[in-house]
Design a protein around this ligand. Structure first.
Ligand SMILES: Nc1ncnc2c1ncn2[C@@H]1O[C@H](COP(=O)(O)OP(=O)(O)OP(=O)(O)O)[C@@H](O)[C@H]1O
Ligand SMILES: [Mg+2]
Length: 248
Protein backbone atom coordinates (compact mmCIF):
# COMPACT_ATOMS: atom_id res chain seq x y z
CA UNK A 1 0.00 0.00 0.00
CA UNK A 2 1.29 3.43 -0.93
CA UNK A 3 1.14 6.14 1.73
CA UNK A 4 -0.88 9.30 1.41
CA UNK A 5 1.25 12.22 0.25
CA UNK A 6 -1.57 14.75 0.64
CA UNK A 7 -4.61 14.82 2.87
CA UNK A 8 -7.24 17.54 2.81
CA UNK A 9 -9.60 17.48 5.77
CA UNK A 10 -12.92 19.31 5.95
CA UNK A 11 -11.43 22.18 3.98
CA UNK A 12 -13.54 25.27 3.30
CA UNK A 13 -12.98 28.67 1.76
CA UNK A 14 -15.74 31.22 1.88
CA UNK A 15 -15.61 34.53 0.01
CA UNK A 16 -18.19 36.57 1.92
CA UNK A 17 -21.30 34.43 1.47
CA UNK A 18 -19.90 32.28 -1.36
CA UNK A 19 -18.72 28.78 -0.41
CA UNK A 20 -16.03 28.39 -3.10
CA UNK A 21 -14.66 25.28 -1.35
CA UNK A 22 -17.21 23.69 0.92
CA UNK A 23 -16.10 21.12 3.51
CA UNK A 24 -13.93 19.01 1.20
CA UNK A 25 -12.11 15.86 2.38
CA UNK A 26 -9.92 13.65 0.19
CA UNK A 27 -6.44 12.22 0.03
CA UNK A 28 -3.87 11.51 -2.65
CA UNK A 29 -1.43 8.58 -2.64
CA UNK A 30 2.27 8.90 -3.36
CA UNK A 31 2.86 8.71 -7.13
CA UNK A 32 -0.85 8.89 -7.89
CA UNK A 33 -2.16 10.88 -10.87
CA UNK A 34 -5.35 12.63 -9.79
CA UNK A 35 -7.55 14.62 -12.16
CA UNK A 36 -9.81 17.40 -10.89
CA UNK A 37 -12.70 18.40 -13.12
CA UNK A 38 -15.92 20.35 -12.80
CA UNK A 39 -17.78 23.36 -14.19
CA UNK A 40 -16.39 26.92 -14.25
CA UNK A 41 -16.47 28.40 -10.76
CA UNK A 42 -16.69 24.96 -9.08
CA UNK A 43 -13.77 25.80 -6.78
CA UNK A 44 -10.92 23.94 -8.48
CA UNK A 45 -8.37 26.78 -8.54
CA UNK A 46 -9.41 27.85 -5.04
CA UNK A 47 -8.64 24.30 -3.87
CA UNK A 48 -5.14 24.58 -5.42
CA UNK A 49 -4.67 27.95 -3.74
CA UNK A 50 -5.48 26.38 -0.38
CA UNK A 51 -3.14 23.41 -0.92
CA UNK A 52 -0.27 25.67 -2.01
CA UNK A 53 -0.78 28.40 0.59
CA UNK A 54 -1.84 31.20 -1.75
CA UNK A 55 -5.06 31.41 0.27
CA UNK A 56 -5.81 30.69 3.93
CA UNK A 57 -8.79 28.42 4.51
CA UNK A 58 -11.90 29.54 6.36
CA UNK A 59 -11.71 26.17 8.14
CA UNK A 60 -10.17 22.74 7.78
CA UNK A 61 -6.65 21.39 7.34
CA UNK A 62 -4.10 20.35 4.75
CA UNK A 63 -1.55 17.62 5.51
CA UNK A 64 1.52 16.90 3.39
CA UNK A 65 3.14 13.57 4.28
CA UNK A 66 1.26 13.58 7.61
CA UNK A 67 2.53 17.02 8.51
CA UNK A 68 -0.04 19.75 9.11
CA UNK A 69 0.92 22.49 6.62
CA UNK A 70 -2.29 24.53 6.91
CA UNK A 71 -0.50 27.50 8.37
CA UNK A 72 2.70 27.41 6.30
CA UNK A 73 3.47 30.12 3.77
CA UNK A 74 3.55 29.16 0.10
CA UNK A 75 7.37 29.36 -0.19
CA UNK A 76 7.66 27.06 2.84
CA UNK A 77 5.40 24.56 1.08
CA UNK A 78 7.60 24.77 -2.04
CA UNK A 79 10.60 23.84 0.11
CA UNK A 80 8.71 20.81 1.42
CA UNK A 81 8.14 19.65 -2.15
CA UNK A 82 4.88 21.13 -3.42
CA UNK A 83 4.94 23.00 -6.74
CA UNK A 84 2.25 24.39 -9.01
CA UNK A 85 1.56 26.05 -12.31
CA UNK A 86 -1.06 28.73 -12.91
CA UNK A 87 -4.16 28.86 -15.08
CA UNK A 88 -2.76 32.10 -16.57
CA UNK A 89 0.91 31.65 -17.47
CA UNK A 90 3.44 33.98 -15.89
CA UNK A 91 6.98 33.48 -17.23
CA UNK A 92 9.67 36.20 -17.14
CA UNK A 93 9.06 37.24 -20.74
CA UNK A 94 12.32 39.10 -21.32
CA UNK A 95 14.53 36.35 -19.92
CA UNK A 96 15.70 33.28 -21.81
CA UNK A 97 14.03 29.92 -21.42
CA UNK A 98 17.05 28.72 -19.50
CA UNK A 99 17.11 31.67 -17.10
CA UNK A 100 13.41 31.16 -16.44
CA UNK A 101 14.18 27.70 -15.08
CA UNK A 102 17.45 28.61 -13.37
CA UNK A 103 15.83 31.21 -11.12
CA UNK A 104 13.39 28.91 -9.32
CA UNK A 105 16.15 26.25 -9.18
CA UNK A 106 18.43 28.64 -7.32
CA UNK A 107 15.78 30.27 -5.16
CA UNK A 108 14.08 27.11 -3.93
CA UNK A 109 16.99 24.61 -3.61
CA UNK A 110 15.23 22.74 -0.89
CA UNK A 111 18.01 20.16 -0.48
CA UNK A 112 20.57 22.84 0.21
CA UNK A 113 22.53 24.23 -2.70
CA UNK A 114 21.92 22.84 -6.16
CA UNK A 115 25.41 21.57 -7.00
CA UNK A 116 25.46 22.18 -10.68
CA UNK A 117 22.67 24.54 -11.68
CA UNK A 118 23.62 24.48 -15.37
CA UNK A 119 23.41 20.71 -15.60
CA UNK A 120 20.26 20.54 -13.47
CA UNK A 121 18.54 23.18 -15.62
CA UNK A 122 19.49 21.32 -18.80
CA UNK A 123 18.07 18.08 -17.40
CA UNK A 124 14.76 19.75 -16.76
CA UNK A 125 14.69 21.40 -20.18
CA UNK A 126 15.37 17.96 -21.72
CA UNK A 127 12.48 16.52 -19.75
CA UNK A 128 10.01 19.08 -21.13
CA UNK A 129 11.49 19.05 -24.67
CA UNK A 130 12.70 22.65 -24.55
CA UNK A 131 16.43 22.06 -24.59
CA UNK A 132 16.76 23.27 -28.19
CA UNK A 133 14.99 26.51 -27.28
CA UNK A 134 16.99 27.26 -24.16
CA UNK A 135 18.54 30.51 -25.40
CA UNK A 136 15.30 31.98 -26.80
CA UNK A 137 13.50 34.69 -24.90
CA UNK A 138 10.38 33.31 -23.24
CA UNK A 139 8.23 35.86 -25.08
CA UNK A 140 9.21 34.25 -28.38
CA UNK A 141 7.84 30.83 -27.53
CA UNK A 142 4.48 29.67 -28.89
CA UNK A 143 1.77 29.16 -26.27
CA UNK A 144 2.23 25.38 -26.13
CA UNK A 145 5.87 25.82 -25.21
CA UNK A 146 5.11 28.53 -22.66
CA UNK A 147 3.00 25.88 -20.90
CA UNK A 148 5.99 23.51 -20.98
CA UNK A 149 8.19 26.28 -19.60
CA UNK A 150 5.78 26.83 -16.70
CA UNK A 151 5.99 23.14 -15.88
CA UNK A 152 9.79 23.29 -16.15
CA UNK A 153 9.83 26.21 -13.69
CA UNK A 154 7.75 24.19 -11.24
CA UNK A 155 9.99 21.13 -11.73
CA UNK A 156 13.06 23.27 -11.00
CA UNK A 157 11.97 23.37 -7.34
CA UNK A 158 12.30 19.53 -7.20
CA UNK A 159 8.72 18.84 -6.20
CA UNK A 160 7.29 15.55 -5.01
CA UNK A 161 3.77 16.86 -5.60
CA UNK A 162 3.02 18.86 -8.74
CA UNK A 163 -0.26 20.73 -9.22
CA UNK A 164 -1.17 21.74 -12.77
CA UNK A 165 -4.00 24.21 -13.33
CA UNK A 166 -5.40 23.80 -16.86
CA UNK A 167 -2.07 23.31 -18.68
CA UNK A 168 -3.86 22.36 -21.92
CA UNK A 169 -6.07 25.39 -22.13
CA UNK A 170 -5.78 27.32 -25.40
CA UNK A 171 -3.53 24.73 -27.08
CA UNK A 172 -3.88 23.15 -30.52
CA UNK A 173 -4.43 19.39 -30.70
CA UNK A 174 -0.75 18.87 -31.67
CA UNK A 175 0.37 20.97 -28.71
CA UNK A 176 -1.97 19.04 -26.41
CA UNK A 177 -0.53 15.72 -27.45
CA UNK A 178 3.08 16.96 -27.04
CA UNK A 179 2.33 18.35 -23.58
CA UNK A 180 0.49 15.19 -22.61
CA UNK A 181 3.70 13.23 -23.30
CA UNK A 182 5.70 15.63 -21.13
CA UNK A 183 3.29 15.35 -18.22
CA UNK A 184 3.18 11.55 -18.51
CA UNK A 185 6.98 11.47 -18.44
CA UNK A 186 7.09 13.59 -15.29
CA UNK A 187 4.63 11.25 -13.60
CA UNK A 188 6.73 8.25 -14.66
CA UNK A 189 9.70 9.86 -12.87
CA UNK A 190 7.78 9.26 -9.65
CA UNK A 191 6.15 12.64 -9.12
CA UNK A 192 2.61 12.78 -7.72
CA UNK A 193 0.46 14.90 -10.03
CA UNK A 194 -2.86 16.67 -9.52
CA UNK A 195 -4.27 18.03 -12.77
CA UNK A 196 -7.17 20.47 -13.13
CA UNK A 197 -8.42 20.30 -16.69
CA UNK A 198 -11.35 21.01 -18.97
CA UNK A 199 -9.66 19.23 -21.90
CA UNK A 200 -11.24 15.95 -20.88
CA UNK A 201 -9.64 13.63 -23.39
CA UNK A 202 -6.16 14.46 -22.05
CA UNK A 203 -7.32 14.46 -18.44
CA UNK A 204 -9.02 11.07 -18.77
CA UNK A 205 -6.00 9.58 -20.55
CA UNK A 206 -3.52 10.76 -17.89
CA UNK A 207 -5.50 10.35 -14.66
CA UNK A 208 -5.70 7.17 -12.62
CA UNK A 209 -8.46 8.68 -10.55
CA UNK A 210 -10.65 11.77 -10.92
CA UNK A 211 -12.55 13.90 -8.44
CA UNK A 212 -15.38 16.08 -9.64
CA UNK A 213 -16.16 19.40 -7.99
CA UNK A 214 -19.45 21.25 -8.23
CA UNK A 215 -20.33 24.30 -6.13
CA UNK A 216 -17.34 23.68 -3.87
CA UNK A 217 -18.21 20.06 -3.11
CA UNK A 218 -16.87 16.72 -4.33
CA UNK A 219 -19.75 15.09 -6.18
CA UNK A 220 -17.81 12.07 -7.47
CA UNK A 221 -14.47 10.33 -6.89
CA UNK A 222 -13.43 7.36 -9.00
CA UNK A 223 -11.67 5.97 -12.04
CA UNK A 224 -12.12 7.88 -15.34
CA UNK A 225 -14.49 5.12 -16.49
CA UNK A 226 -16.62 5.43 -13.35
CA UNK A 227 -16.70 9.23 -13.64
CA UNK A 228 -17.90 9.10 -17.27
CA UNK A 229 -20.86 7.00 -16.30
CA UNK A 230 -21.76 8.83 -13.08
CA UNK A 231 -25.26 10.26 -13.38
CA UNK A 232 -24.60 13.28 -11.16
CA UNK A 233 -21.40 14.13 -13.07
CA UNK A 234 -23.13 13.88 -16.44
CA UNK A 235 -25.90 16.14 -15.16
CA UNK A 236 -23.61 18.74 -13.57
CA UNK A 237 -20.76 18.83 -16.06
CA UNK A 238 -20.17 16.23 -18.71
CA UNK A 239 -23.53 16.20 -20.44
CA UNK A 240 -23.33 14.23 -23.66
CA UNK A 241 -19.53 14.19 -23.52
CA UNK A 242 -19.73 11.71 -20.62
CA UNK A 243 -21.56 9.19 -22.74
CA UNK A 244 -19.07 9.66 -25.57
CA UNK A 245 -16.08 8.98 -23.29
CA UNK A 246 -17.84 6.05 -21.71
CA UNK A 247 -18.40 4.63 -25.16
CA UNK A 248 -14.65 5.09 -25.84
N1 LIG B 1 -10.34 35.93 -4.48
C1 LIG B 1 -11.63 35.71 -4.66
N2 LIG B 1 -12.56 36.57 -4.15
C2 LIG B 1 -13.89 36.33 -4.30
N3 LIG B 1 -14.40 35.28 -4.97
C3 LIG B 1 -13.53 34.41 -5.50
C4 LIG B 1 -12.11 34.57 -5.37
N4 LIG B 1 -11.50 33.53 -6.01
C5 LIG B 1 -12.48 32.77 -6.52
N5 LIG B 1 -13.70 33.29 -6.21
C6 LIG B 1 -15.01 32.68 -6.56
O1 LIG B 1 -15.01 31.36 -6.05
C7 LIG B 1 -15.65 30.46 -6.96
C8 LIG B 1 -14.68 29.38 -7.34
O2 LIG B 1 -13.68 29.93 -8.19
P1 LIG B 1 -12.47 29.08 -8.78
O3 LIG B 1 -11.58 30.02 -9.46
O4 LIG B 1 -11.90 28.24 -7.70
O5 LIG B 1 -13.23 28.16 -9.83
P2 LIG B 1 -12.64 27.11 -10.87
O6 LIG B 1 -13.32 25.81 -10.59
O7 LIG B 1 -11.18 27.14 -10.88
O8 LIG B 1 -13.25 27.67 -12.26
P3 LIG B 1 -12.60 27.70 -13.74
O9 LIG B 1 -12.86 26.33 -14.32
O10 LIG B 1 -13.42 28.73 -14.44
O11 LIG B 1 -11.17 28.05 -13.63
C9 LIG B 1 -16.13 31.31 -8.12
O12 LIG B 1 -17.46 31.65 -7.91
C10 LIG B 1 -15.22 32.53 -8.07
O13 LIG B 1 -15.86 33.68 -8.60
MG1 LIG C 1 -9.76 27.68 -12.25
Amino acid sequence: MRDDILRVERLSKHFRGLKAVDDITFSVKEREFLGVIGPNGAGKTTLFNLITGFLKPTSGSVYFKDRDITRLKSHERVKLGIARTFQVTRPFKKLSVKENVKIPAIVSHRDGKVDNVEEFTDQILEMVDLIKKKDLKAENLPHGEIRKLEIARAMATKPELLLLDEPFSGLTSEEISALQDVIARIHEEGITVILIEHVLKACMALSERIIVLNYGKIIADGSPEEICMDKQVIEAYLGKRGMEFAAG
